[in-house]
Design a protein around this ligand. Structure first.
Ligand SMILES: Cc1cc2nc3c(=O)[nH]c(=O)nc-3n(C[C@H](O)[C@H](O)[C@H](O)COP(=O)(O)O)c2cc1C
Length: 187
C-alpha cells in the first residue's frame, strides 16, 4: 500500500469570500502529496485547457472534487470540466478510453443546509449521498472507485446558525486526516 498522488480540483465561484471551502482547502494543502488547483482562478472565462487537465489526471491517483453544493449539484465550471475533460476515447470507450480506470474519486462538499434537512421528509427531501449520485455514476462509468463523500453541513455565518469556527476547524482537520490516511495498492 502506498500514499496516492492526490489532485485536488477546487471548484468555488466565490472562493475569496468562502468560509467552509477555504478552511477545507487550507487544511488539505498541508499534505505534501497533494496538488491543489483553484479551477475558477485557472479558468475565469470557463475555457478549459483539456489537454492540461487530462495530463494532470494521468499524473495522479486520487482526484478530489471539492466544491460548495449549488442547487443540489456543483458549480457550473465543474459541469463544464466534466463535459470537456472526461472525453470519449480518454475516460471511456470507444478507442482506448480507459485512462481513468483504477483511479479514485472523492467528492468533498460544503452545504448551507443543516444535516437534518438532507433526509426523506426533511426540507431537502434526499440524503446528500442520493443527491451526489450523478457524480458517483460518472466515476463508476469511467472505471473509477467512488469513495464516500466528505460533507460539511451548515456553512453559514455563525450569526445565522452556521457551525462555529471551532467546529469548522475540527472538520477541516478531519478532512486533512482523511486525505492523509488514504492508501492505495500499487501506488
Ligand atoms: C446559487 C447557490 C445555490 C446554493 N444551493 C444550495 C443547495 O442546494 N443546498 C445547500 O445546502 N446549500 C446551497 N447553497 C449554499 C452553499 O452551499 C453554501 O453557501 C456554501 O457551501 C458555503 O461554503 P463557502 O463558505 O465555502 O462558500 C447555495 C448557494 C448559492 C449561492
Amino acid at each position: 500500500m502506498a500514499k496516492p498522488r492526490i489532485l485536488l480540483n477546487l471548484f468555488h465561484p466565490t472562493f475569496a469570500h468562502s468560509r467552509g471551502g477555504k478552511a477545507l482547502a487550507e487544511a488539505a494543502r498541508q499534505l505534501p502529496n497533494l496538488t491543489f488547483r483553484d479551477m475558477y482562478q485557472e479558468y475565469p472565462d470557463l475555457k478549459i485547457d483539456v489537454k492540461q487537465e487530462q495530463k494532470l489526471l494521468l499524473e495522479h491517483d486520487l482526484i478530489v472534487f471539492q466544491h460548495p453544493v449549488r442547487w443540489y449539484s456543483g458549480p457550473a465550471l465543474l459541469k463544464e470540466w466534466q463535459d470537456q475533460v472526461l472525453q470519449c476515447g480518454f475516460a471511456y470507450p470507444p478507442g482506448v478510453g480507459d485512462k481513468m480506470n483504477g483511479k479514485y474519486w472523492l467528492t468533498a462538499v460544503t452545504t448551507g443546509g443543516p444535516q437534518d434537512a438532507y433526509r426523506s421528509g426533511g426540507s431537502n427531501n434526499f440524503t446528500i449521498s442520493e443527491l451526489l449520485r450523478p457524480f458517483q455514476q460518472t466515476a463508476t462509468f469511467c472505471g473509477m472507485t467512488w469513495l464516500p463523500p466528505f460533507v460539511v453541513h451548515s456553512i453559514l455565518p455563525v450569526t445565522m446558525g452556521g457551525i462555529s469556527d471551532e467546529e469548522l476547524a475540527r472538520q477541516a482537520e478531519e478532512y486533512r486526516v482523511l486525505l492523509d490516511g488514504i492508501a492505495i495498492a500499487n501506488g
